[in-house]
Write a protein that binds this ligand. Structure first.
Ligand SMILES: Nc1ncnc2c1ncn2[C@@H]1O[C@H](COP(=O)(O)OP(=O)(O)OP(=O)(O)O)[C@@H](O)[C@H]1O
Length: 279
């Protein structure tokens, strides 16, 4: 069956759950991304990496329509998000789960009640079904046994997994992760990475992961997209990125402090600032 919006979006990729077409966007007058094209295939894990401040989180905001493009289109399942009214947008957002940096839990609610929260707010289901769903989600992240703990009683890694269980409570088709590994120890990082990959497969979802952690992210991504200088500068599988000779990709993959991306924030020349050579 053809989507009713398909005719207005010629050239859309039927295999894409999310697609950016010639998107230019920014904040106020300031353009952050210029004429960006991006395809997120259904069922894949796509990593957004690149320079700090390059616009990775901005891409997530476009997909949730927390930010509108200045020009171009953001398609979700073939529908241009800009064409949706309030109810349509709300329905589209219901199909997306978001796990933002440090995905804060409600500190006065138990682990169980944190995961139950979106179900109680949005699903209209009875408590008996909600209980089963919450336990299933907690089971998926390995924390069924921690249901009665309070957030203050769980470790940082466990808290991140509870937040993940909460993010998948309403069975999203798309998961957006912003720095899911930030602040975790290496073991918890590995656990979180495997969980993202495993949930993607088991739940049949599509995931977009914004991250700086090359090893963890490369271990789970199907495609890596590097964003810098206002656009996509490189794209490919993790293996292709590791083999890339592009200096920008190399700087990032090898974690070099300096390279095409400058260590120093633009400044007057050191000679000028330190008045070297002036009498
Ligand atoms: N609400 C906002 N208003 C104005 N400027 C913003 C806003 N949010 C982000 N920016 C600017 O837009 C640029 C891109 O920000 P964004 O958060 O998308 O970058 P990022 O690639 O996710 O960076 P990081 O890896 O450091 O989190 C940055 O220069 C940032 O200062």
């Amino acid at each position: 069956m053809t989507s009713p919006t398909a005719p207005s979006n010629p050239g859309r990729d039927p295999n894409a759950l999310v697609e950016l077409q010639h998107v230019t966007c920014g904040y106020g007058e300031r353009v952050i991304l210029r004429d960006v094209d991006l395809v997120v295939p259904r069922g894949s894990v796509l990593a957004l990496m690149g320079t700090s401040g390059g616009g990775k989180t901005t891409v997530l905001r476009l997909i949730g329509r927390q930010l509108e493009p200045m020009s171009g289109k953001v398609l979700f399942d073939g529908t241009d998000l800009a064409t949706l009214g309030r109810d349509g947008l709300y329905a589209a957002r219901r199909r997306m789960g978001m796990l933002f940096q440090f995905g804060a839990l409600f500190t006065d609610l138990s682990v169980f009640d944190n995961v139950a929260f979106p179900l109680r707010e949005h699903s209209g289901l009875g408590e008996a079904i909600i209980r089963d769903l919450v336990l299933m989600k907690l089971n998926a992240v390995g924390l069924r046994g921690a249901r009665d703990l309070m957030p203050s009683e769980v470790s940082g890694g466990m808290a991140r997994r509870v937040a993940l269980a909460r993010a998948i409570a309403l069975d999203p088709e798309l998961m957006l992760y912003d720095e899911p590994f930030a602040g975790l120890d290496p073991i918890s990082m590995g656990v979180a990475a495997r969980l993202i990959r495993e949930l993607n497969r088991a739940l049949g979802i599509t995931s977009i992961v914004v991250s700086h952690d090359v090893d963890e992210t490369f271990s789970i991504a199907d495609q890596v997209v590097f964003i810098a200088n206002g656009g996509v500068v490189a794209q490919g599988t993790p293996a292709e990125m590791r083999a890339s000779e592009d200096p920008l990709v190399r700087q990032f993959v090898d974690a070099q402090a300096d390279g095409p991306v400058r260590f120093h924030y633009p400044a007057a020349s050191a000679n000028e600032d330190f008045q070297v050579g002036s009498s």
